[in-house]
Design a protein around this ligand. Sequence first.
Ligand code: C2E
Ligand code: CA
Ligand code: CA
Ligand code: CA
Length: 279
Amino acid sequence: AKKADRNTLRFFDHKMQDAINARAELEAELHKALEHQQFELHYQIQVDCASRALGAEALIRWNHPTRGLVAPAQFIPLAEETGLILPIGLWVIETACAQLHAWARDEKTRHLVLAVNISARQFHQSDFVAQVRAAVQRNAIDPNLFKLELTESLLLDDTEKTVATMNALKATGVQLSLDDFGTGYSSLQYLKILPLNQIKIDRSFVRDIATDPNDAAIVQTIIAMAGTLGLDVIAEGVETEAQLEFLDLRGCHACQGYLFGKPVSIREFESSLGQSSSA
Ligand code: C2E
Ligand code: CA
Ligand code: CA
Ligand code: CA
C-alpha cells in the first residue's frame, strides 16, 4: 500500500508540476500578446425587441499563433491575477473608441452604441476615469455611444469610492451598464445609489424563462424594478423566439444572444448590418 501511495503522490506531483508549467508558459505568452498584436475584438449585436440594431458588445479574443482563437475564460482570470489586465483593458478601450470613430463616419453605423467589459482591477486604478476620458477625446467620439459594462464585484471593495468613480465616469458622458445582474450581491439599496443607465439580466435567468415559473417571475420582477428606477434593461443569452416573446411582452428594452448573432469579427459584423438594413 505504501508503494501505491508513493506512486499516487508522484502522479500528483507530476500533474501539479505540469499545471504550474502550463500556467507559467501562458503567462509568458500573454506578456508578448499585446506587443505582437494578437488580441482582437469580436462584436455581438444588441437589438431592440423588434430586432433593430442598437449596438454591440465588444468581446476580446486572443489570436494565438499555435492555439488558435483563445476565449477570454482561458486568459482573463490569469490577466487579472498578474495585472496584465491593465494594459489589455486599456487596449480594449482604445480599440473600441477607434471603432466608434470609424462608425461615426457612416450613416448606417453612426447611431450604434458600443459596450466594453471592465474588470474590477481596471476600474479601481487611480487614473481609470482619466484613461476613459482621454480615449473618448483622442478619438473624438460622442461619449454617449460608449458604454462600460461593470459587474457587482466592484461593490465588494469600497462602495463609497466605487460610487464616486462611477459618478466621475458618468460625468464624462459615457454610459454605465451593470453586467450579470442577479448573480451577485446587489441589493435594491445599491441600485438606487449607483448612477447606472442599464442593467443586464444574466443569461442564467434568461435560459429557462419560457419554461420555469421561478425564472419567469425573477425576470419579470427585474424588468419592472428597472422601469421603476428609470433604468434600461437588456437580456443576455437570448437564444429562442419563445424567450424573445416573453421579454418583449414584459417590456424588456433590448436583447443580446445567439438568436440575433454570435460574436463575430468586425468585417462579419458590419456586413451582417448591411444585410439586415437592406432587408
Ligand atoms: P460576459 O460579459 O457575460 O459576456 C457574455 C458571454 O456570453 C460571451 O462569452 C458571449 O459570447 C456569450 N454569449 C452571448 N450570447 C450568448 C447566447 O445566446 N448563448 C450562450 N450560451 N452564450 C452567449 P465570451 O465572449 O466567451 O466572454 C466571456 C466573458 O469574458 C465575458 O462574459 C466577460 O466577463 C469576459 N470578457 C470578454 N471580453 C472581455 C474584455 O475585453 N475585458 C474583460 N475584462 N473581460 C472580458
Ligand atoms: Ca459583458
Ligand atoms: Ca454578462
Ligand atoms: Ca453572464
